[in-house]
Design a protein around this ligand. Sequence first.
Ligand SMILES: [Zn+2]
Ligand SMILES: [Zn+2]
Length: 560
Amino acid sequence: MTAGKVLTGASSHRPVEWHAINWKQVHGNVRRLQVRMVKAMRAGRWGKVKALQRLLTHSFSGKAVAVKRVTENHGQRTAGVDGVIWETPQKKGQAVQSLRQHGYRAQALRRVYIPKGSDPTRKRGLNIPTMHDRAMQSLYKLALDPIAETRADPNSYGFREGRSTADAIEQCFTVLSRKGAAQWILDADIQACFDEISHDWLLTHVPTDQAILHQWLKAGYLDQYAYHQTQTGTAQGGTISPVLANYTLDGLEKRLKERFAKNAKVHLCRYADDFIITGLSKELLENEVQPLVVQFLQRRGLTLSMAKTKIVHINDGFDFLGHNIRKYKGKLLIKPAQKNVQTFLTKVRRLIKANPQVPAGCLIMQLNPLIRGWVTYHRHGVSKATFSKVAHEIHQALWRWAKRRHPRKSLSWVKNKYFQTRGQRQWVFCGFKPDPTNPQPIQLFSAAKMPIKRHIKVKGLANPYEPQWEAYFERRLDLQMKNDLNGNRKLLHLWQSQVGRCPLCAQKITRQTGWQTHHLRWRMNGGDDTSQNLVILHPNCHRQVHNRSLSVAKPRPLGR
Ligand SMILES: [Zn+2]
Ligand SMILES: [Zn+2]
């Protein structure tokens, strides 16, 4: 089968061989259609946009990418009401063929409950669509996201490619830190946003296939064995839901800009359904801004929670996305929010307590990613003091853990067994990686060691679907990976030597996609572990290489 046949094989009944798919071509096709969509939209040619959307949602390439997305993300092992998961290449191949519009019916969602915050007794409901419905949503998301990105509010940061909480926090700094900056903040909370969005509003306004959207919205859900209808809202477990939610809330920033003069200092900063609006005075926010917001939301079936929405002065500060933002004697400081610190420490303590008998190395392997993740999230603020405090608390918990293990031993014996001096640092919690053939020493990652780094905010108009921004996003990813892989020089070197791309499919390798190392000359054929013999590939691409015994060439950096 030639590559051309594979791509046009959408309507053929020949089985799709998952590992025979040419991913470079498939991703290229999807990308080209998306870029054309945005171009047509900019030119105001909506008929053309619609035609391109239809082309994408009916294409083999679009379907293959959709199945890839839902079988690669972390929900890949969570089944919907039909209990089906696509874990083999055969099932994935069949899945690509099963994505058809004609006669499509969405199944009910499966209600699951996950712990909320650090308290295990509080649970949050989540509605999970079947794999098939998730893949359909992914397919239509490919065709909707370019449109959503192009009309998005510049200061919306949640669930968007190339944007993050760090950008949202940096934007708060920009609009609040200066001397003449706004002093009042409307800290808004939308009541059950995802659950309440009006179906009528979505069906009339979202540019996507209405019959299909209708299927998702009205699917209802199964809790235990009882069926419930869905009258409003969009399933939080759905792959297209974040785009729908953003689409619903976009336009508020523009509305505020039109309504208020520059000297009113009205600025919106939003992350998904969480947002703040700054303003010159309390009265302005109370009497003019808030009513405008209420009216905007009302049309979309949404309301502000009066209990949680408040207007605060910058000297009293407020919490936003796990950070506390507040002015101290005229200076704006952003620190980890008290509540966020407590939740994190509770999680750490619970983990330590739950593992009273495991070897120290095993505990370190579980703790390190947790600690590193948390400090990475907060490393852009004024967090040094909090990091030291957190490191101290974790140390205390581990000391108690060690003493409890050996009640009959002396304290100095316990100290010598688990804690060592490393360079300048005393009392470093140490162990061995739990690998019997190769027990490498490993030590606890210290929260206090995390360097604080100022984050540079993404440009408001940068669009991942427009070619002129491509180099810009690449530079940002480069910087991000440099920070993320700082502790792993070898990996960073590999990533950079292949310009951040997978040699097989030519797509970017990021934290979200994940990666695996592959030996160019297989180890069983005498290949070694040096950088010259290693490349990193996406997990799925890596499986394809081994499945088809493909040989991979180390990509050459461009223009260097
Ligand atoms: Zn790849
Ligand atoms: Zn390999």
